[in-house]
Design a protein around this ligand. Structure first.
Ligand code: FES
Length: 143
């Protein structure tokens, strides 16, 4: 294999080690509907490209407006799982990201954290991004 083929690019289906790690060991997955008041924001979105779905739950600290918890469930593909897994870490690390900053995250930022995604799978990273925005909007409406 030539070294050129080792890096994901527009014409390959190769996944980075970071993508594979988050796909095989997804972080912050929510397997069941959460009970009680563990979360104060929820967003569900579907992809117009593939029809897959994503639901995300967030717990926002009402004092500092930082995201303390972020869990998710999807019927999406490996790329959607990896993208949302790493997104859930991005918004909760170091005590949590302020919701105003989290709203500025783009699929491009997520893909950069993953070390790249095959071009055909870029739409999959949009699912988590949109679900996060929907969850933040839901928190804002109910706060
Ligand atoms: Fe639907 Fe990836 S193909 S989320």
């Amino acid at each position: 294999m030539s070294s050129k083929l080792k890096q994901p690019n527009q014409n390959t289906w190769l996944y980075t080690d970071i993508v594979k790690d988050h796909f095989f060991n997804p972080r912050n997955v929510q397997y069941d509907e959460p009970r009680d008041n563990k979360f104060n924001g929820k967003g569900t979105v579907g992809s117009p490209v593939c029809g897959d779905m994503m639901t995300m739950w967030i717990k926002v600290d009402e004092i500092d407006e930082k995201i303390k918890k972020c869990t998710w469930k999807t019927f999406g593909c490996a790329s959607a799982i990896a993208s949302t897994s790493i997104l859930s870490e991005m918004v909760t690390k170091n005590g949590g990201m302020k919701i105003t900053d989290a709203m500025k995250i783009t699929p491009k930022d997520i893909i950069k954290e993953l070390g790249g995604l095959p071009a055909r799978k870029i739409h999959c990273s949009v699912l988590g991004d949109q679900a996060l925005r929907a969850a933040i909007e839901n928190y804002r409406k109910s706060a």
